[in-house]
Design a protein around this ligand. Structure first.
Ligand SMILES: NC(=O)c1ccc[n+]([C@@H]2O[C@H](COP(=O)([O-])OP(=O)(O)OC[C@H]3O[C@@H](n4cnc5c(N)ncnc54)[C@H](O)[C@@H]3O)[C@@H](O)[C@H]2O)c1
Length: 444
Protein backbone atom coordinates (compact mmCIF):
# COMPACT_ATOMS: atom_id res chain seq x y z
CA UNK A 1 0.00 0.00 0.00
CA UNK A 2 1.44 3.38 -0.97
CA UNK A 3 0.51 6.75 0.40
CA UNK A 4 -0.01 8.08 -3.05
CA UNK A 5 1.89 10.75 -4.92
CA UNK A 6 1.88 14.42 -4.16
CA UNK A 7 -0.12 15.74 -7.11
CA UNK A 8 -0.40 19.46 -7.69
CA UNK A 9 -3.99 20.60 -8.20
CA UNK A 10 -5.24 21.28 -11.73
CA UNK A 11 -5.55 25.01 -11.10
CA UNK A 12 -5.84 27.43 -14.00
CA UNK A 13 -6.13 26.77 -17.70
CA UNK A 14 -4.55 23.98 -19.71
CA UNK A 15 -3.54 24.74 -23.31
CA UNK A 16 -3.78 21.66 -25.56
CA UNK A 17 -1.64 22.26 -28.64
CA UNK A 18 -1.82 19.99 -31.67
CA UNK A 19 0.70 20.06 -34.48
CA UNK A 20 -1.71 19.14 -37.26
CA UNK A 21 -5.22 20.60 -37.22
CA UNK A 22 -6.98 18.25 -39.61
CA UNK A 23 -9.72 15.64 -39.19
CA UNK A 24 -8.73 14.19 -35.80
CA UNK A 25 -7.77 17.47 -34.20
CA UNK A 26 -10.86 19.40 -35.37
CA UNK A 27 -13.16 16.53 -34.34
CA UNK A 28 -11.52 16.46 -30.92
CA UNK A 29 -11.88 20.22 -30.41
CA UNK A 30 -15.47 20.34 -31.67
CA UNK A 31 -16.39 17.43 -29.39
CA UNK A 32 -14.91 19.03 -26.29
CA UNK A 33 -16.70 22.31 -27.01
CA UNK A 34 -20.00 20.48 -27.63
CA UNK A 35 -19.52 18.53 -24.38
CA UNK A 36 -18.86 21.57 -22.29
CA UNK A 37 -21.92 23.27 -23.75
CA UNK A 38 -23.89 20.18 -22.74
CA UNK A 39 -25.20 19.46 -26.25
CA UNK A 40 -23.30 16.17 -26.82
CA UNK A 41 -21.71 13.49 -24.62
CA UNK A 42 -17.93 12.82 -24.71
CA UNK A 43 -18.48 9.17 -25.62
CA UNK A 44 -15.34 7.03 -25.67
CA UNK A 45 -13.47 9.19 -23.17
CA UNK A 46 -12.41 7.39 -20.03
CA UNK A 47 -11.45 10.63 -18.29
CA UNK A 48 -14.99 11.96 -18.78
CA UNK A 49 -17.29 8.94 -18.60
CA UNK A 50 -15.26 6.09 -17.07
CA UNK A 51 -15.62 4.73 -13.54
CA UNK A 52 -12.94 3.01 -11.51
CA UNK A 53 -13.44 0.35 -8.86
CA UNK A 54 -11.64 1.04 -5.58
CA UNK A 55 -11.05 -1.35 -2.66
CA UNK A 56 -12.80 -4.69 -2.34
CA UNK A 57 -15.78 -5.64 -4.51
CA UNK A 58 -17.96 -5.44 -1.40
CA UNK A 59 -16.89 -1.85 -0.72
CA UNK A 60 -19.05 -0.64 -3.56
CA UNK A 61 -16.76 2.27 -4.40
CA UNK A 62 -16.91 3.06 -8.12
CA UNK A 63 -16.27 6.79 -8.56
CA UNK A 64 -15.90 8.49 -11.89
CA UNK A 65 -12.24 8.65 -12.90
CA UNK A 66 -12.46 12.46 -13.06
CA UNK A 67 -13.73 12.56 -9.47
CA UNK A 68 -10.99 10.22 -8.29
CA UNK A 69 -7.87 11.82 -9.80
CA UNK A 70 -7.41 15.59 -10.07
CA UNK A 71 -7.94 16.25 -13.78
CA UNK A 72 -8.29 19.52 -15.66
CA UNK A 73 -11.96 20.32 -16.23
CA UNK A 74 -13.17 20.63 -19.83
CA UNK A 75 -14.09 24.26 -19.10
CA UNK A 76 -10.43 25.02 -18.37
CA UNK A 77 -9.09 23.77 -21.72
CA UNK A 78 -7.82 26.22 -24.35
CA UNK A 79 -7.04 24.94 -27.87
CA UNK A 80 -4.19 25.83 -30.19
CA UNK A 81 -1.85 24.29 -32.73
CA UNK A 82 0.00 24.47 -36.02
CA UNK A 83 -0.84 23.47 -39.58
CA UNK A 84 0.60 23.89 -43.05
CA UNK A 85 -2.79 25.19 -44.21
CA UNK A 86 -4.22 28.43 -42.84
CA UNK A 87 -7.77 27.12 -42.34
CA UNK A 88 -9.49 27.80 -39.03
CA UNK A 89 -10.62 24.74 -37.10
CA UNK A 90 -14.15 25.35 -38.35
CA UNK A 91 -12.96 25.30 -41.98
CA UNK A 92 -10.77 22.24 -41.33
CA UNK A 93 -13.71 20.42 -39.75
CA UNK A 94 -15.98 21.27 -42.72
CA UNK A 95 -13.34 19.97 -45.16
CA UNK A 96 -12.76 16.83 -43.09
CA UNK A 97 -16.50 16.08 -43.29
CA UNK A 98 -16.58 14.04 -40.10
CA UNK A 99 -19.18 15.90 -38.06
CA UNK A 100 -22.62 16.97 -39.35
CA UNK A 101 -22.89 20.56 -40.56
CA UNK A 102 -25.71 21.42 -38.15
CA UNK A 103 -23.45 20.62 -35.20
CA UNK A 104 -20.47 22.46 -36.71
CA UNK A 105 -22.59 25.53 -37.38
CA UNK A 106 -23.81 25.53 -33.80
CA UNK A 107 -20.17 25.61 -32.69
CA UNK A 108 -18.94 27.90 -35.48
CA UNK A 109 -18.14 30.97 -33.37
CA UNK A 110 -15.70 29.08 -31.16
CA UNK A 111 -14.25 26.82 -33.85
CA UNK A 112 -13.64 29.68 -36.27
CA UNK A 113 -11.68 31.54 -33.61
CA UNK A 114 -9.12 28.71 -33.31
CA UNK A 115 -6.49 29.37 -35.94
CA UNK A 116 -3.26 27.52 -36.58
CA UNK A 117 0.21 28.93 -36.15
CA UNK A 118 2.54 28.44 -39.17
CA UNK A 119 4.01 24.95 -39.21
CA UNK A 120 7.45 23.43 -39.25
CA UNK A 121 7.13 21.30 -42.37
CA UNK A 122 9.26 19.71 -45.05
CA UNK A 123 7.73 17.96 -48.03
CA UNK A 124 10.58 15.45 -47.99
CA UNK A 125 8.99 13.78 -44.93
CA UNK A 126 5.34 13.90 -46.15
CA UNK A 127 5.40 13.63 -49.93
CA UNK A 128 1.72 14.05 -50.69
CA UNK A 129 1.19 17.43 -49.03
CA UNK A 130 2.22 20.86 -50.30
CA UNK A 131 1.43 23.45 -47.66
CA UNK A 132 2.20 27.13 -47.81
CA UNK A 133 1.73 28.18 -44.19
CA UNK A 134 5.22 27.16 -43.17
CA UNK A 135 7.96 28.68 -41.02
CA UNK A 136 11.33 29.61 -42.46
CA UNK A 137 14.60 29.14 -40.63
CA UNK A 138 18.25 28.64 -41.56
CA UNK A 139 18.55 25.57 -39.35
CA UNK A 140 16.28 23.05 -37.67
CA UNK A 141 17.42 24.55 -34.35
CA UNK A 142 16.08 27.95 -35.52
CA UNK A 143 12.75 26.26 -36.24
CA UNK A 144 12.71 24.61 -32.81
CA UNK A 145 13.35 28.00 -31.22
CA UNK A 146 10.45 29.49 -33.19
CA UNK A 147 8.17 26.74 -31.85
CA UNK A 148 9.39 27.43 -28.32
CA UNK A 149 8.59 31.12 -28.81
CA UNK A 150 5.12 30.18 -30.17
CA UNK A 151 4.39 28.11 -27.07
CA UNK A 152 5.55 30.78 -24.66
CA UNK A 153 3.47 33.42 -26.45
CA UNK A 154 0.41 31.12 -26.58
CA UNK A 155 0.67 30.42 -22.86
CA UNK A 156 0.94 34.11 -22.01
CA UNK A 157 -1.75 35.34 -24.41
CA UNK A 158 -4.25 32.72 -23.26
CA UNK A 159 -3.46 32.89 -19.54
CA UNK A 160 -2.63 29.16 -19.38
CA UNK A 161 -0.90 27.75 -16.35
CA UNK A 162 0.14 24.61 -18.24
CA UNK A 163 0.50 23.28 -21.79
CA UNK A 164 0.37 19.81 -23.39
CA UNK A 165 1.29 18.89 -26.98
CA UNK A 166 -0.39 16.04 -28.92
CA UNK A 167 0.94 15.31 -32.42
CA UNK A 168 -2.08 15.06 -34.76
CA UNK A 169 -0.06 15.77 -37.89
CA UNK A 170 0.30 13.57 -40.95
CA UNK A 171 2.31 10.35 -40.89
CA UNK A 172 5.88 11.00 -41.95
CA UNK A 173 8.13 8.67 -43.96
CA UNK A 174 9.71 5.67 -42.29
CA UNK A 175 12.92 6.52 -40.42
CA UNK A 176 15.06 4.28 -38.24
CA UNK A 177 16.89 5.63 -35.18
CA UNK A 178 20.43 6.57 -36.22
CA UNK A 179 23.52 8.08 -34.57
CA UNK A 180 22.09 11.57 -34.48
CA UNK A 181 19.18 10.31 -32.34
CA UNK A 182 21.32 8.72 -29.64
CA UNK A 183 22.11 11.54 -27.20
CA UNK A 184 20.79 15.00 -26.42
CA UNK A 185 24.14 16.42 -27.56
CA UNK A 186 24.17 14.60 -30.92
CA UNK A 187 20.52 15.54 -31.50
CA UNK A 188 21.11 19.23 -30.76
CA UNK A 189 24.17 19.19 -33.02
CA UNK A 190 21.97 17.58 -35.71
CA UNK A 191 19.38 20.36 -35.29
CA UNK A 192 22.13 22.92 -35.88
CA UNK A 193 23.53 21.10 -38.92
CA UNK A 194 20.11 20.31 -40.49
CA UNK A 195 20.63 16.57 -40.24
CA UNK A 196 18.25 14.77 -42.67
CA UNK A 197 17.28 12.15 -40.06
CA UNK A 198 15.54 14.84 -37.99
CA UNK A 199 11.94 15.06 -39.19
CA UNK A 200 9.55 17.94 -38.36
CA UNK A 201 7.67 15.86 -35.75
CA UNK A 202 10.97 15.49 -33.87
CA UNK A 203 11.47 19.26 -33.90
CA UNK A 204 8.03 19.77 -32.32
CA UNK A 205 8.71 17.03 -29.78
CA UNK A 206 12.10 18.53 -28.94
CA UNK A 207 10.59 22.01 -28.47
CA UNK A 208 7.88 20.72 -26.11
CA UNK A 209 10.14 18.41 -24.13
CA UNK A 210 12.84 21.08 -23.81
CA UNK A 211 10.24 23.25 -22.04
CA UNK A 212 9.14 20.33 -19.83
CA UNK A 213 5.79 20.22 -21.66
CA UNK A 214 4.14 16.77 -21.93
CA UNK A 215 4.21 15.31 -25.45
CA UNK A 216 2.08 12.55 -27.01
CA UNK A 217 2.54 11.21 -30.53
CA UNK A 218 -0.69 10.13 -32.21
CA UNK A 219 0.97 9.05 -35.46
CA UNK A 220 3.36 6.14 -36.07
CA UNK A 221 6.43 8.21 -37.07
CA UNK A 222 9.39 8.05 -34.68
CA UNK A 223 9.11 11.57 -33.31
CA UNK A 224 9.98 11.37 -29.59
CA UNK A 225 10.71 7.62 -29.72
CA UNK A 226 14.49 8.07 -29.80
CA UNK A 227 17.05 7.82 -26.97
CA UNK A 228 17.95 11.52 -27.19
CA UNK A 229 14.40 12.71 -26.52
CA UNK A 230 13.79 10.02 -23.92
CA UNK A 231 16.84 11.30 -22.04
CA UNK A 232 15.74 14.92 -22.44
CA UNK A 233 12.24 14.10 -21.17
CA UNK A 234 13.73 12.69 -17.98
CA UNK A 235 15.96 15.72 -17.54
CA UNK A 236 13.13 18.23 -17.98
CA UNK A 237 10.40 16.14 -16.27
CA UNK A 238 8.29 16.03 -19.41
CA UNK A 239 5.91 13.03 -19.53
CA UNK A 240 5.71 11.47 -23.00
CA UNK A 241 3.86 8.71 -24.79
CA UNK A 242 3.30 7.33 -28.29
CA UNK A 243 2.94 6.10 -30.93
CA UNK A 244 -0.15 5.99 -33.13
CA UNK A 245 -3.66 6.21 -31.71
CA UNK A 246 -5.19 2.75 -31.34
CA UNK A 247 -8.55 3.27 -33.02
CA UNK A 248 -10.25 0.93 -35.53
CA UNK A 249 -8.76 -2.25 -36.89
CA UNK A 250 -5.90 -2.49 -34.41
CA UNK A 251 -8.24 -1.95 -31.48
CA UNK A 252 -10.24 -4.98 -32.61
CA UNK A 253 -7.03 -6.93 -33.28
CA UNK A 254 -5.77 -6.37 -29.74
CA UNK A 255 -9.12 -7.61 -28.42
CA UNK A 256 -9.37 -10.72 -30.59
CA UNK A 257 -5.74 -11.88 -30.48
CA UNK A 258 -5.67 -12.13 -26.65
CA UNK A 259 -8.85 -14.25 -26.85
CA UNK A 260 -7.21 -16.74 -29.25
CA UNK A 261 -4.11 -16.81 -27.10
CA UNK A 262 -6.09 -17.27 -23.87
CA UNK A 263 -7.88 -20.31 -25.34
CA UNK A 264 -4.74 -21.54 -27.12
CA UNK A 265 -6.35 -21.49 -30.54
CA UNK A 266 -3.79 -21.44 -33.34
CA UNK A 267 -3.65 -18.69 -35.97
CA UNK A 268 -2.26 -19.41 -39.42
CA UNK A 269 -3.16 -16.19 -41.19
CA UNK A 270 -4.44 -12.69 -40.53
CA UNK A 271 -5.20 -10.52 -43.53
CA UNK A 272 -6.25 -6.95 -42.78
CA UNK A 273 -7.25 -4.48 -45.44
CA UNK A 274 -8.76 -1.01 -45.29
CA UNK A 275 -10.33 1.54 -47.57
CA UNK A 276 -10.38 5.17 -46.53
CA UNK A 277 -10.65 8.44 -48.37
CA UNK A 278 -9.62 11.24 -46.07
CA UNK A 279 -6.38 13.27 -46.20
CA UNK A 280 -4.74 10.72 -43.90
CA UNK A 281 -5.58 8.05 -46.50
CA UNK A 282 -4.06 10.19 -49.23
CA UNK A 283 -0.85 10.68 -47.22
CA UNK A 284 -0.69 6.93 -46.54
CA UNK A 285 -0.93 6.30 -50.27
CA UNK A 286 2.74 7.30 -50.41
CA UNK A 287 4.91 4.21 -49.87
CA UNK A 288 7.20 6.02 -47.36
CA UNK A 289 4.34 7.05 -45.07
CA UNK A 290 2.60 3.69 -45.55
CA UNK A 291 5.73 1.83 -44.46
CA UNK A 292 5.66 3.76 -41.16
CA UNK A 293 1.99 2.85 -40.61
CA UNK A 294 2.53 -0.75 -41.72
CA UNK A 295 5.30 -1.33 -39.19
CA UNK A 296 3.04 0.09 -36.48
CA UNK A 297 0.07 -2.09 -37.46
CA UNK A 298 2.15 -5.24 -37.88
CA UNK A 299 3.88 -5.04 -34.52
CA UNK A 300 0.92 -5.98 -32.34
CA UNK A 301 0.43 -9.69 -33.04
CA UNK A 302 3.91 -10.96 -32.22
CA UNK A 303 3.99 -9.61 -28.69
CA UNK A 304 0.46 -10.80 -27.93
CA UNK A 305 0.78 -14.29 -29.42
CA UNK A 306 4.41 -14.98 -28.44
CA UNK A 307 5.29 -17.36 -31.31
CA UNK A 308 8.65 -18.11 -29.67
CA UNK A 309 6.79 -19.74 -26.74
CA UNK A 310 4.03 -21.27 -28.87
CA UNK A 311 5.66 -22.24 -32.20
CA UNK A 312 2.98 -24.89 -32.95
CA UNK A 313 0.21 -22.32 -32.66
CA UNK A 314 1.69 -19.09 -33.98
CA UNK A 315 5.06 -19.99 -35.51
CA UNK A 316 3.79 -19.89 -39.13
CA UNK A 317 1.40 -16.98 -38.88
CA UNK A 318 1.12 -15.00 -42.13
CA UNK A 319 0.17 -11.40 -41.26
CA UNK A 320 -0.57 -8.87 -43.97
CA UNK A 321 -1.85 -5.29 -43.66
CA UNK A 322 -3.08 -3.15 -46.56
CA UNK A 323 -4.36 0.42 -46.66
CA UNK A 324 -6.08 1.60 -49.83
CA UNK A 325 -6.88 5.23 -50.57
CA UNK A 326 -10.48 5.34 -51.79
CA UNK A 327 -11.87 8.91 -51.85
CA UNK A 328 -15.64 8.17 -51.92
CA UNK A 329 -15.54 6.96 -48.31
CA UNK A 330 -13.92 10.05 -46.80
CA UNK A 331 -13.30 9.57 -43.08
CA UNK A 332 -15.69 6.58 -42.94
CA UNK A 333 -13.14 3.82 -43.15
CA UNK A 334 -14.01 0.21 -43.78
CA UNK A 335 -11.61 -2.33 -42.34
CA UNK A 336 -11.86 -6.02 -43.21
CA UNK A 337 -10.09 -8.79 -41.39
CA UNK A 338 -9.93 -12.39 -42.50
CA UNK A 339 -8.53 -14.55 -39.73
CA UNK A 340 -7.61 -18.19 -40.31
CA UNK A 341 -7.52 -20.02 -37.00
CA UNK A 342 -7.24 -23.68 -36.06
CA UNK A 343 -8.34 -25.74 -33.07
CA UNK A 344 -8.38 -29.25 -31.61
CA UNK A 345 -6.46 -31.66 -33.89
CA UNK A 346 -5.48 -28.69 -36.07
CA UNK A 347 -8.87 -28.34 -37.77
CA UNK A 348 -9.22 -24.95 -39.52
CA UNK A 349 -11.86 -22.26 -38.94
CA UNK A 350 -12.31 -18.70 -40.19
CA UNK A 351 -13.45 -15.43 -38.70
CA UNK A 352 -14.40 -12.37 -40.79
CA UNK A 353 -14.64 -8.91 -39.31
CA UNK A 354 -16.03 -5.96 -41.26
CA UNK A 355 -15.70 -2.79 -39.20
CA UNK A 356 -17.42 0.20 -40.75
CA UNK A 357 -15.91 2.78 -38.49
CA UNK A 358 -15.34 6.50 -38.36
CA UNK A 359 -11.68 7.09 -37.85
CA UNK A 360 -11.72 10.51 -36.26
CA UNK A 361 -14.72 9.67 -34.04
CA UNK A 362 -12.62 6.88 -32.53
CA UNK A 363 -9.47 9.02 -32.28
CA UNK A 364 -10.93 12.22 -30.77
CA UNK A 365 -11.55 10.89 -27.22
CA UNK A 366 -8.03 9.47 -27.23
CA UNK A 367 -6.58 12.92 -27.87
CA UNK A 368 -8.55 14.27 -24.92
CA UNK A 369 -7.62 11.46 -22.54
CA UNK A 370 -3.93 11.52 -23.44
CA UNK A 371 -3.77 15.28 -22.96
CA UNK A 372 -5.52 15.16 -19.56
CA UNK A 373 -3.61 12.13 -18.28
CA UNK A 374 -0.23 13.50 -19.41
CA UNK A 375 -1.02 16.74 -17.62
CA UNK A 376 -1.87 14.64 -14.53
CA UNK A 377 1.50 12.86 -14.82
CA UNK A 378 3.25 16.20 -15.06
CA UNK A 379 1.56 17.49 -11.93
CA UNK A 380 2.39 14.20 -10.19
CA UNK A 381 6.08 14.67 -10.99
CA UNK A 382 6.30 11.74 -13.42
CA UNK A 383 8.66 12.59 -16.30
CA UNK A 384 9.76 10.33 -19.20
CA UNK A 385 7.80 7.58 -20.95
CA UNK A 386 4.33 6.97 -19.49
CA UNK A 387 3.88 3.30 -20.33
CA UNK A 388 0.58 3.20 -18.46
CA UNK A 389 -0.98 5.08 -21.39
CA UNK A 390 -0.19 2.20 -23.81
CA UNK A 391 -3.92 1.45 -23.68
CA UNK A 392 -4.49 4.22 -26.21
CA UNK A 393 -1.64 3.41 -28.59
CA UNK A 394 -1.02 1.04 -31.45
CA UNK A 395 2.72 0.91 -31.06
CA UNK A 396 3.47 1.78 -27.44
CA UNK A 397 6.84 3.29 -26.67
CA UNK A 398 8.64 1.55 -23.83
CA UNK A 399 11.80 2.35 -21.90
CA UNK A 400 14.93 0.80 -23.48
CA UNK A 401 15.08 -2.99 -23.02
CA UNK A 402 11.36 -3.56 -22.34
CA UNK A 403 8.88 -5.02 -24.81
CA UNK A 404 5.54 -3.24 -25.28
CA UNK A 405 2.29 -4.61 -23.91
CA UNK A 406 -0.38 -4.77 -26.64
CA UNK A 407 -3.21 -6.77 -25.03
CA UNK A 408 -5.99 -4.21 -24.49
CA UNK A 409 -7.11 -5.76 -21.21
CA UNK A 410 -3.64 -5.91 -19.68
CA UNK A 411 -3.19 -2.31 -20.80
CA UNK A 412 -6.48 -1.34 -19.16
CA UNK A 413 -5.54 -3.04 -15.89
CA UNK A 414 -2.16 -1.31 -15.94
CA UNK A 415 -3.77 2.07 -16.51
CA UNK A 416 -6.31 1.68 -13.73
CA UNK A 417 -3.76 0.30 -11.28
CA UNK A 418 -1.46 3.23 -12.06
CA UNK A 419 -4.27 5.64 -11.19
CA UNK A 420 -4.91 3.72 -7.94
CA UNK A 421 -1.20 3.76 -7.14
CA UNK A 422 -0.97 7.51 -7.79
CA UNK A 423 -3.77 8.10 -5.30
CA UNK A 424 -2.55 5.62 -2.64
CA UNK A 425 -5.39 3.12 -3.19
CA UNK A 426 -4.89 -0.66 -3.07
CA UNK A 427 -4.10 -2.25 -6.43
CA UNK A 428 -6.80 -4.60 -7.67
CA UNK A 429 -5.38 -8.09 -8.21
CA UNK A 430 -8.67 -9.93 -8.89
CA UNK A 431 -7.66 -12.60 -6.39
CA UNK A 432 -10.80 -14.15 -4.84
CA UNK A 433 -12.00 -12.77 -1.50
CA UNK A 434 -11.76 -16.11 0.27
CA UNK A 435 -8.00 -16.14 -0.33
CA UNK A 436 -7.51 -12.43 -0.30
CA UNK A 437 -8.70 -11.94 3.26
CA UNK A 438 -6.20 -14.52 4.54
CA UNK A 439 -3.31 -12.52 3.19
CA UNK A 440 -1.51 -9.95 5.25
CA UNK A 441 -1.54 -6.40 3.93
CA UNK A 442 2.00 -6.77 2.59
CA UNK A 443 1.23 -9.90 0.56
CA UNK A 444 -1.61 -8.39 -1.45
N1 LIG B 1 -8.03 8.87 -37.23
C1 LIG B 1 -7.50 7.79 -36.72
O1 LIG B 1 -8.20 6.87 -36.40
C2 LIG B 1 -6.04 7.72 -36.51
C3 LIG B 1 -5.55 6.63 -35.84
C4 LIG B 1 -4.20 6.54 -35.60
C5 LIG B 1 -3.36 7.54 -36.04
N2 LIG B 1 -3.85 8.58 -36.73
C6 LIG B 1 -2.89 9.57 -37.19
O2 LIG B 1 -3.24 10.85 -36.74
C7 LIG B 1 -2.76 11.81 -37.67
C8 LIG B 1 -3.87 12.77 -38.00
O3 LIG B 1 -4.89 12.10 -38.71
P1 LIG B 1 -6.01 12.94 -39.46
O4 LIG B 1 -7.03 11.98 -39.93
O5 LIG B 1 -6.41 14.10 -38.65
O6 LIG B 1 -5.20 13.47 -40.74
P2 LIG B 1 -5.42 14.83 -41.52
O7 LIG B 1 -4.66 14.67 -42.79
O8 LIG B 1 -6.86 15.19 -41.61
O9 LIG B 1 -4.73 15.92 -40.58
C9 LIG B 1 -3.36 16.01 -40.44
C10 LIG B 1 -3.00 17.48 -40.52
O10 LIG B 1 -1.62 17.61 -40.25
C11 LIG B 1 -1.12 18.66 -41.04
N3 LIG B 1 0.31 18.54 -41.05
C12 LIG B 1 1.11 17.69 -41.73
N4 LIG B 1 2.39 17.89 -41.41
C13 LIG B 1 2.42 18.89 -40.49
C14 LIG B 1 3.45 19.54 -39.79
N5 LIG B 1 4.72 19.19 -39.96
N6 LIG B 1 3.12 20.52 -38.91
C15 LIG B 1 1.82 20.87 -38.73
N7 LIG B 1 0.81 20.30 -39.40
C16 LIG B 1 1.10 19.31 -40.25
C17 LIG B 1 -1.83 18.47 -42.37
O11 LIG B 1 -1.83 19.64 -43.12
C18 LIG B 1 -3.22 18.06 -41.91
O12 LIG B 1 -4.09 19.18 -41.78
C19 LIG B 1 -2.23 11.01 -38.87
O13 LIG B 1 -0.83 10.88 -38.78
C20 LIG B 1 -2.87 9.68 -38.70
O14 LIG B 1 -2.12 8.64 -39.29
C21 LIG B 1 -5.18 8.72 -36.97
Amino acid sequence: MTTGLKIKPADGKLGILTPGMGAVSSTFMAGVIASRRGIRLPIGSITQMGHIRLGKRTDNRQPLVKDFVPLTRLDDIVFGGWDIFEDSVYEAAVKAGVLPMDLLNELKDELDAIRPMPAVFDNFYVKKLHGTFVKKGATKMDLAEQLIADMKAFQKDNGCSRLVMVWCGSTEIFLKPSDVHQTVESFEAGLRSNHPDIAPSMIYAYAAIKLGIPYANGAPNLSADIPALEALSKQTGSPTCGKDFKTGQTLIKTVLAPAFKARLLGVSGWFSTNILGNRDGEVLDDPGSFKTKEESKLSVLDTILQPELYPDLYGNLFHKVRINYYPPRGDNKEGWDNIDIFGWMGLPMQIKVDFLCRDSILAAPIVLDLALFLDLSKRAGLGGIQEWLSFYLKSPVTPQGLYPEHDLFIQQKKMKNTLRWMMGEELVTHLGREYYEDLSQDDR
